[in-house]
Design a binder for this molecule. Sequence first.
Ligand code: PMV
Length: 353
Amino acid sequence: MTIDHEMVPTGLTGLTGSTDSGHGATAVAHPNIALIKYWGKRDERLIIPYVDSLSMTLDVFPTHTTVRLDPEARTDDVVLDGRPAEGEPRRRVVLFLDLVREWAGRDERAAVDTRNAVPTGAGLASSASGFAALAVAASAAYGLDLDPTALSRLARRGSASASRSIFGGFAVCHAGRGVGEAADLSSFAEPVPLPDFDPALVVALVNAGPKAVSSRAAMRRTVETSPLYRAWATSSKGDLTDVHAALRRGDLEAVGEIAERNALGMHATMLAARPAVRYMSPATVAVLDGVLQLRKDGVAAYATMDAGPNVKVLCHPEAAPRVAETLLAAAPGCSVLTARRGPGARLRSADEQ
Ligand code: PMV
């Protein structure tokens, strides 16, 4: 994997044969895990975050999405993991296609087929890979020629974390300035060039089922009711400054400490919401105990968690087998897998399977 490939999304350029007769396109994108979290929207319609965030795109759990225009169809046809999508997931895809049609000045309906290699809605960032892949495939299918920033802004309208999956490696998402159009134009992700920082992220899957409260609903409740939210948002700014410095030094221990405190702080804001949002399960806490034990034993391992019970543990690649073994022993029944930094979203060529 070269850094160039990692950092420059293919977008609509650089690949031939990826759109068929201009009416269809297939894209692939990977999830990302935030080391400095995004939590809370200041504009729900435009999906503008309150805080900046910083993430690592993974090399596992890709989403493959095909968008094919159907000039005869009267409605969009959305298939998610082999089944017709219904309810909220379908509504979000159709809204997103409406936006792409508005940007492209076209009105054909589309058939969308999307396949996640990761359980959807389990706090494993399927919305990040999902909307990044949809942004790349849909913009190509509708003939839009977007630069990486515009592609990232478009992906953000599906899910703010998706703006970061447009890029490989590390990416920072700007919360943007102002309101309305000014905010929309200034909120996007961009790559953080760190060619030499290549840690492992051991993912402990404690529960792959869908979460009880969607991240969207949980964020809204936290912003509206948690007395801790503002304090966390303020401290998150300091975390971002600190993590940039630690990343530049290639100091994994410092990066891990900052990421862990940022994630635990985010979960504290949710626990203080009314009513509380609690994504952690007993197995989550057991994994967190395993991480503490590793550190006591001198292994640099640091946890981060998103809107779900699963835990991702940052460590040096050579320590990953020991970390995985310890997490499995701490929470028997969970499954583990080791991820590394992965590539940005791209169009898939017609001959790729
Ligand atoms: O973009 P969404 O709605 O999937 O929100 C995800 C938010 C977290 O995963 C919890 C944090 C983050 O920055 O990815």
